[in-house]
Write a protein that binds this ligand. Sequence first.
Ligand SMILES: Cc1ncc(COP(=O)(O)O)c(C=O)c1O
Length: 397
Amino acid sequence: MSRSDTKNASFVPPLRTLMGPGPSDVHPRVLAAMARPTIGHLDPAFIDMMDDLKGLLQYAFQTQNELTVPVSAPGSAGMEMCFVNLVEPGDEVVVCRNGVFGERMRENVERIGAVPVMVHDEWGTAVDPQKLEDALKAHPQAKVVAFVHAETSTGAKSDVKTLAEIAHRHDCVTIVDAVTSLGGIPLKVDEWQADAVYSGSQKCLSCTPGLSPVTFNERAVAKLKARQHKVQSWFLDLNLVMGYWGGQTKRAYHHTAPINPLYGLHESLVMLKEEGLENAWQRHARHYEVLRAGIEAMGMSFYVQPDQRLPQLNVVTIPEGVDEAQVRQRLLSEFDLEIGAGLGQLAGRVWRIGQMGYSSNMKNIMFCLSALESVLSDMKAAINPGAATQAALRQVG
Ligand SMILES: Cc1ncc(COP(=O)(O)O)c(C=O)c1O
């Protein structure tokens, strides 16, 4: 489709298969839910749906936290909501950085006028608990610890439970980025005592982008209530947002909720509940094994070591001498298949192949392997041609 085709005419997007770092494919049931009639954001029917949505989010997060809501904006706003509500000017905040999103956390801390204490780990590795322990010993004033559960820029998974235990031993509240983990790998907010957690609608939940589920436990709420300064952001001030999402009593207007996207999120969570959270985790793990077998049979490898790898986001090395951007461009134009480029210091060095939410199915995995193999073979790349799909099928067994 050229630009002139779309000028002043309805936009009809091409039908793609989304296997990048997000968004993932959106299930037709979710799209259909979003096309239902818009009603008022204080309509009793809508408020009933909000209550149900909250319960479904609690299920997805595995929490009883009362303060569990979708922020009316993307994952970046969920991140910012956690920081602006829990960090005050002058606070020391330990930020574990093992990729792009840890770096964004630092930005959030600095913009609040707080002091980031950075704990650096190699890209493609998990956050090292010992380094966190050392940083907290060296900075006894620190009040908050922030880290990313599933680093989408590198494909590495960190151990939320262990990191939260260390943070609590040093009297810190944790902020956990679960944008890419929610619905794709185990995330047990209550059991692991993660205090403030935010996610995104467009990854393993397979809803459209633009909503950010967040959950705050009592420790996080107590920190919020003990603030000395007003929350810097009016829109993200949880004290105000809760007037709308909050409690048992009358709901007050805060902002006009994104009604139809919330129908979509509700539907995607209904589907998650129907499937069962553990079944969804297992589905991602199973399809990762199939993808892994095919990628390795071609002769390519994974950037992250197996025990720290995210099944839903695979960071794959590029065969010698291959123009990686040309491969992605051909996959898109010839196969309508999107895979992701490397981000930050991994740009040009890896591909990011996602299989998240509705995108995590056998059809997509086999399609992705055969399309990638066809393009690489055609470009005379140094791979083992013809090996990928057979190896993948053997994995299914
Ligand atoms: C780990 C992580 N955190 C935060 C974000 C930001 O989310 P959004 O793009 O929805 O603002 C992303 C998006 O890819 C992410 O992967």
